[in-house]
Write a new protein. Structure first.
Length: 100
């Protein structure tokens, strides 16, 4: 199970150690996606004289990009759900602004 899925399932245990572990898993998952893209780009370069092969590699690379985009969107939505919205606060009045 990848880290983005774990996050979306609401694993809400508190603690810095869990946050660090989740971040490490996300980095690992994202690195895997980048490696897939890099691998298909390398294959395209090696097979530059084979348009059919390049088309297949491009399709696979695009799918990896879509997977990465989906993962980052999922993480972003979970982060937005967990971070409380800031409320507008009135700044304290200065002593010089107060009238008797």
């Amino acid at each position: 199970m990848n880290a983005a899925v774990k996050m979306s399932q609401g694993s809400r245990q508190d603690g810095n150690a869990e946050s660090v572990q989740l971040a490490a898993e996300l980095v690992h998952d994202f690195n895997n996606i980048l490696n897939v893209i890099g691998g298909y780009l390398e294959l395209m370069q090696e097979n530059s004289d084979a348009p059919d092969a390049i088309a297949r590699y491009l399709a696979k690379a695009r799918q990896a990009v879509a997977n990465g985009s989906s993962m980052t969107s999922m993480v972003a939505s979970q982060l937005h759900a967990r971070v409380p919205a800031k409320t507008a606060e009135t700044p304290p009045a200065k002593a010089s602004d107060q009238h008797e």
